[in-house]
Design a binder for this molecule. Structure first.
Ligand code: PRP
Length: 286
């Protein structure tokens, strides 16, 4: 049997949907209709394992999987012999310290002598030690936000994304310990054949991620404004410029970054651009 790369992804949880979407956008087809825990991709030598989030780093270290899509927060917390190979830009969140909303919080020293509930004891301990805070860590595996309300802890250290879970539980975020997003992580030493497959997968993922951050732009511009417009939308190498049937006008095609979108559109309009079309890009190889 030819060599397959084994990827672990979340069985359920915040990264599950984004992980499946990314694999599909990489052109990897698979059928996961029956809630199976292990499936084979149809058109790429990839085996997909659906595992419990917090177990994934250990499974990679133990060779059950070669690579994984996990949160950077988990990678740091578990500190196994696996490393981040690509940031994936989705499931952004932060690991934060939060306290009851009425607490008189003036700074980190508030936590001295306090009891903190968390599913991230290692990361929290390092943070407290670094800041010379003496607090008691109480490890729990889920529903951490309830801990202060039931008298189990004075504060918590947990993931925050929208902040709605904190709000619903009468807590406020007071310190950010780390920012996190989904990443592709791999065993530190993969054999040569698997490394080739991993590089192919990374190449595809980069093409998908780059395209997500960029848009294709088409517009009509008066010829005497082309130099100014070329400076606003320089594109990857340079914009494509073609004459329109109407004399004195050209069609300009280029690529723009999503983050600069509205600013660029304003500048294009100021330079006489008309009929501006913005089109999503499916894959982008630079
Ligand atoms: C995290 C965290 C909170 C919630 C915060 O749980 O534990 O419960 O997300 O998100 P919010 O700020 O958008 O409300 P997650 O869904 O990752 O699952 P977990 O309980 O397994 O950590």
């Amino acid at each position: 049997m030819s060599e397959k790369l084994k990827i672990a992804i979340q069985k359920s949880g915040r990264l599950h949907e984004g992980s499946l979407r990314l694999l599909k956008e990489c052109g990897i087809s698979f059928d996961n209709g029956n809630d199976q825990l292990k499936i084979q991709a149809n058109n790429f030598p990839l085996e997909i394992l659906f595992l419990r989030n917090s177990d994934i780093p250990q499974y990679v270290e133990d060779n059950v999987a070669d690579i994984a899509i996990i949160g950077q927060n988990l990678l740091i917390e578990k500190d196994k012999r696996i490393e981040e190979v690509l940031r994936l830009g989705f499931s952004k969140c932060r690991l934060s310290l939060s306290v009851p909303k009425n607490a008189d919080y003036a700074g980190l020293t508030w936590f001295n002598g306090k009891k903190l509930a968390t599913s991230y004891p290692n990361t929290l301990k390092k943070f407290l030690d670094k800041n010379n805070i003496q607090a008691k860590i109480h490890e729990i595996s889920g529903s951490v936000e309830i801990a202060p309300n039931i008298g189990l802890a004075d504060g918590i250290c947990d993931l925050v994304s929208s902040g709605s879970t904190l709000f619903k539980n009468g807590l406020k975020e007071v310190e950010i310990i780390l920012e996190s997003e989904a990443c592709l992580a791999a065993k530190k030493y993969l054999d040569a054949k698997k490394k080739i497959l991993l590089d192919k997968l990374i190449f595809r993922m980069k093409a998908v991620l780059t395209s997500r951050n960029n848009k294709y732009v088409l517009l009509n511009a008066p010829n005497d404004k082309l130099d100014a417009i070329k400076k606003v939308i320089p594109g990857i190498k340079s914009p494509t410029i073609m004459p329109l049937a109407e004399k004195g006008w050209s069609s300009v095609h280029s690529v723009i970054n999503e983050n600069d979108f509205w600013e660029i559109i304003d500048q294009l309009k100021e330079n006489g651009a008309q009929g501006i079309l913005i089109i999503p890009i499916e894959k982008m190889i630079v």
